[in-house]
Ligand binder design. Structure first.
Ligand SMILES: Cc1cc2nc3c(=O)[nH]c(=O)nc-3n(C[C@H](O)[C@H](O)[C@H](O)COP(=O)(O)O)c2cc1C
Length: 252
């Protein structure tokens, strides 16, 4: 077994690592941007795939990796794990359907409510104490799900037809243009000091430092990692200014 995840602010990393550790203490977990990710995926038959919901869809980076390596999935057993701030509908189903098309066996799905990661919007913002409770509740759900999986009873959250309709009509359709590809809308303000933290951490290598300032390209997968890490709060995407630099570590 292997755990593979895309995680901007740390929520999904935590959830995948926790689930995988309970299921198989000897199994490892890797971020999607790992240089050898394709070899890692090829090597393992059972994969826990985790990612954050974005407008009730999977991040483009995740969908692209699946599609660009379509021959890789035949016969793989995949458990989809999706984290969300509030609602994803069929967050797990978004990748499960593609994976199934390429021959994967979908073992199940788990959709976990976690702290919101959109640092430059007031929507869904909770106090640190409230977020701590959300993380605790997610941890408990992971523990329960792991026990179910161990006894062969895989949760199937987000995989039903009803979940599909909920995700599609609840959100995905209305925000479709936001998730059809990568975005070039990442903004760097004059506060940037060119420290390079964003460029070192971007899973898409979408940022570089030029003349002591960060410059963003057009391949942002909206994970909010750079935005949550910037020491000068100089990076924004959907909003105009930082409300809170959401990071999983703050909530444990
Ligand atoms: C661009 C963007 C869109 C999001 N859309 C949704 C959404 O539609 N529904 C939801 O419940 N959470 C949404 N979220 C919140 C994240 O899915 C959630 O906070 C997730 O746990 C972040 O995981 P990470 O820390 O691994 O990146 C969104 C976050 C981002 C950055």
């Amino acid at each position: 077994m292997v755990g593979v995840y895309l995680s901007g602010t740390g929520n999904t990393k935590h959830c995948v690592e926790k689930l995988v550790k309970i299921l198989d203490p000897s199994a490892e977990c890797f971020p999607l941007e790992h240089n050898d990710i394709i070899q890692i995926l090829k090597k393992h038959d059972t994969i826990v795939l985790g990612y954050p919901t974005q407008f009730s869809n999977a991040p483009f980076m995740v969908r692209e990796l699946i599609k660009n390596n379509s021959s890789l999935w035949s016969g793989k057993k995949v458990f989809c794990l999706n984290t969300m701030g509030l609602f994803s509908g069929d967050g797990t189903g978004c990748t499960a359907r593609i994976l199934k098309k390429y021959g994967a066996v979908i073992l199940g799905g788990l959709q976990l409510k976690m702290p919101d990661s959109v640092c430059d919007s007031k929507m869904l913002k909770k106090s640190i104490e409230e977020n701590k409770l959300i993380v605790k509740a997610a941890d408990e759900r992971i523990e329960i799900a792991a026990e179910q999986i161990k006894s062969g009873n895989f949760p199937r959250e987000g995989l039903s037809f009803i979940a599909h309709m909920k995700g599609l009509f609840g959100q995905r359709l209305w925000f479709y243009n936001k998730t059809t590809g990568y975005t070039d809308k990442l903004k760097i303000s004059d506060r940037c000091i060119g420290c390079g933290l964003c460029s070192k951490n971007c899973p898409m290598e979408n940022l570089k430092i030029e003349n002591n300032k960060a410059v963003a390209g057009n391949k942002c997968t909206m994970c909010y990692r750079c935005i949550s890490l910037c020491p000068k709060q100089a990076v924004t995407l959907l909003g105009e200014s930082i409300v809170e630099q959401c990071r999983f570590e703050k909530y444990v």
